[in-house]
Design a protein around this ligand. Sequence first.
Ligand code: ADE
Ligand code: ZN
Length: 324
Amino acid sequence: MEELIKKIPKAELHLHIEGTLEPELMLKIAKRNNIQLPFYNISEVKKLYDFNNLQSFLDIYYKSTNVLQNKQDFYDLTYSYLQRVQLDGVRHVEIFFDPQSHTSRGIAFSEVIEGIYEALVQGKKDFNISFFLIMSFLRHLSEEDALHTLEQSLPYKNYIKAVGLDSSEQGNPPSKFKNLFQKCQELGFLSVAHAGEEGPAEYIWEALNLLGVKRIDHGVRCVEDKNLISKLIESKIPLTVCPLSNVKLKVYENMKSHHIKELFDMGVRVTINSDDPAYFGGYILENYNQCMHHLGFTLDEMRQIAKYSIEGSFLSDIEKLNLI
Ligand code: ADE
Ligand code: ZN
């Protein structure tokens, strides 16, 4: 069965490239950049990956990210991810990068984006995986800071398809970034936002109504609002759900209690993604497999979810048809 799921062409729509930093690569990059880490081996690193909530993960994630210093580091990070997910039947990726977590440490925007972009171009040649980049703003920082990052990105506008919103959700509602997203829209960027991961259903409404997003990242707390579920179904807005992430960050106690199957049965366009696979115990195929195993999806339903992922991508209609 796993072999069959693997063969289904799929798109990954919710993936933070910084969240693909495997401990092995982290140690290797730290060594070549002469960075002292507070641990020496992979098992010590993995022991730290026991999270209580989103914030406890983000604290470790941003620290690990500090090893990334130059273009080559971002290239290696991105190329390793593509090399890994070609094995999972991934044909298209739309990946997030968080420029503020690097520029705030004095790393030039150009080093970050050029490293990532060049690896994506090479990955397309080597693995036939098409791609778009989504520049994601950190919501725990100010709108002004994000506007400054937007300015820095403009020389690379052609590299970026869409903008997103991530980091600590509670207390940082989408409404905080209304002007920013308005400006991004005027510049021609599409938009998505994390909403309803830990935050309330109201944040999903805000992302839709105030930010004009085309997809909701996570969105699982929509189950608390029937009108919102109807809205998602009618407008065909996809949710980029990350089941293993939700369990690791204690949004759900375990896979069996996850709501993705109920949402799917109601007609919501749910997709399956890995979020930060180096931290959450599995890449995209493992997320598909565990959904099938614990939640009783049939193979045809898994095919439908993979189809939603391609239909919900930012590819053109012709490109989508070529993949499905
Ligand atoms: N940044 C990386 N992973 C994230 C997640 N699951 N939620 C919010 N911000 C993130
Ligand atoms: Zn995420």
